[in-house]
Design a binder for this molecule. Structure first.
Ligand SMILES: O=C(O)C1=C[C@@H](OP(=O)(O)O)[C@@H](O)[C@H](O)C1
Ligand SMILES: C=C(OP(=O)(O)O)C(=O)O
Length: 465
């Protein structure tokens, strides 16, 4: 992975004319890290094409290597990686997995320890010590693992010791956890449930469950590996026992959530931005983005067909459209409308990008159902409110989200904006910088969490005519 050096703080470019750009978005973080885990749980090599190569996927591959999995990059393409599970079918214990700040690493890798031949220690960035971990560890304890915490209970760092004997009695294991602070706890258990001799009966005990599309993505990807997960009712899953084996070749979709800053750039600066390889049918929550942005005043087409019509066609003939992708184009005259009261619980990870457009909109937005963003890379609700106020905007925290009130663009002013080691706060600030001269952003390099070279892509988008 090539590393680029950028000044700190980084001067965010303003858009001096309407955009007319095509931007190719790298692979999906969520799909890449699920496929890496599922490939590791199989028995044969799997080649992943279009894999995201950024901090979160490097951390995942390093974690798997620690467990004895081979991850080898093709000599002709950095985004092609072949994953070979350990020959003896057991993960290797007695080492440390470093999670960085990656939710998918800290919540998906612990489940693999059940099938390891020794204890594994998990550590991460200091900021990761603030992220909730309790529910997944609670679930693994219910499956016979032992957890030793080094600091606060329910937080990194800790060591997981697998059960002495993984049960072979064929009885279905029952696990109940409260996953209201992150869907990743449910996903982490669904990913390994097929490997338990009698499968898994998993219940969510809390009131809210965010990011349902990410849970459906997990169910879908486990099915793609030959497993079977049903959801007989909301908050209850049955994972049948199965040997998991992804197809020998898997193609990773572009990260649709990471398309958000680029698409919204055409709303902020006016003009158009096109994203090639946009899947007609996807499990990614970023698939909801075009609908949200249309609501905010953008016009969107997929392969030249109005987006809603393209979706109607894809839904009426799903077989013809599975694995089909096209070019998504957003066009805008630069007028952005607020969202009013809007439930963002399905797609919390795009809330910071939506908040940037909302801060430049002509009517208010109240984003609800995202209280759990307080446990993301940083407390995103507090961070968004602080940064919007820092540039002269109006925003307030709600118990389950935030409100953003319109102010005239001309009253927004230059500032050095913080990124809080959070890739989405950094891209949020870059979006503001398109409209507000003099924005500088601390630690733009933090965008490497899920985009290998965000500043380079941003500059390239602005330079296209
Ligand atoms: O499973 C996944 O790949 C993810 C699930 C979501 O987590 P939360 O449910 O914690 O928001 C999302 O925000 C995160 O970026 C990725
Ligand atoms: C919440 C996010 O990441 P993570 O996978 O670390 O939870 C995110 O990317 O917005």
């Amino acid at each position: 992975m090539t590393e680029h050096a950028y000044p700190d703080p980084w001067p965010a470019p303003t858009a001096s004319r309407p955009l007319n750009a095509t931007v190719t978005i790298p692979g999906s973080k969520s799909l890449s890290n699920r496929f890496l885990i599922l490939a590791a749980l199989g028995t044969k090599p799997v080649t992943l094409r279009g894999l995201l190569r950024s901090r979160d996927t490097e951390l995942m591959m390093d974690a798997l290597r620690t467990l004895g999995v081979h991850c080898e990059t093709a000599s002709n393409a950095e985004t092609t990686v072949t994953v070979t599970p350990p020959a003896d079918g057991h993960f290797h214990g007695s080492d440390t997995v470093y999670c960085g700040l990656a939710g998918t690493v800290m919540r998906f890798v612990p489940g693999l320890v059940l099938f390891a031949d020794g204890p594994i220690r998990f550590d991460g960035d200091e900021q990761a010590y603030q992220r909730p971990m309790g529910p997944i560890l609670d679930g693994l304890e219910q499956l016979g693992a032992t957890i030793a915490y080094e600091g606060e209970t329910g937080r990194l760092p800790f060591t997981i010791t697998p059960p002495l004997h993984v049960h072979i009695d064929g009885l279905r294991r029952h696990v109940a956890i409260d996953s209201s602070s992150s869907s990743q706890f449910i996903s982490g258990l669904l990913l390994i449930g097929s490997r338990l001799s009698g499968g898994l009966d998993l219940t969510h005990t809390g009131e809210h469950l965010p990011s349902m599309p990410h849970i459906r993505m997990t169910m879908h990807d486990v099915e793609a590996a030959g497993g079977h997960i049903s959801m007989p009712e909301q908050g209850h899953w049955i994972v049948e026992p199965a040997s998991l084996e992804l197809p020998a070749d898997v193609i990773v979709e572009p990260d649709l959530s990471n398309a958000a800053p680029f698409l919204e750039a055409a709303m902020i600066a006016s003009g158009s931005v096109s994203i090639p390889n946009w899947p007609y049918i996807t499990t990614q929550p970023g698939g909801l983005l075009p609908g949200i942005l249309q609501h905010m005043g953008a016009s969107i087409t997929l392969d030249g067909t109005p987006f809603d019509e393209a979706m109607r066609q894809a839904q009426t003939q799903p077989h013809a459209y599975t694995h089909r992708s096209g070019t998504l184009t957003l066009t805008s005259n630069g007028t952005i409308h607020g969202l009013g009261d809007y439930d963002m619980s399905a797609a919390g990870e795009i809330a910071p990008s939506i908040a940037a457009a909302a801060a430049l909109a002509d009517t208010p937005s109240a984003l609800h159902g995202i209280g759990h963003l307080r446990g993301h890379e940083t407390n995103r609700l507090a961070a968004l409110v602080t940064e919007i106020k820092r540039i002269g905007g109006k925003a307030e925290e709600l118990s389950d989200g935030l409100t953003i009130e319109p102010v005239p663009r001309a009253s927004l002013h230059a500032a050095v904006m913080e990124s809080y080691a959070d890739h989405r706060m950094a891209t949020f600030a870059a979006m503001i910088g398109l409209a507000v001269p003099g924005i500088e952003i601390r630690n733009i390099a933090t965008t490497r969490k899920t985009i290998p070279d965000f500043p380079g892509m941003w500059a390239d988008m602005l330079a296209q005519r």
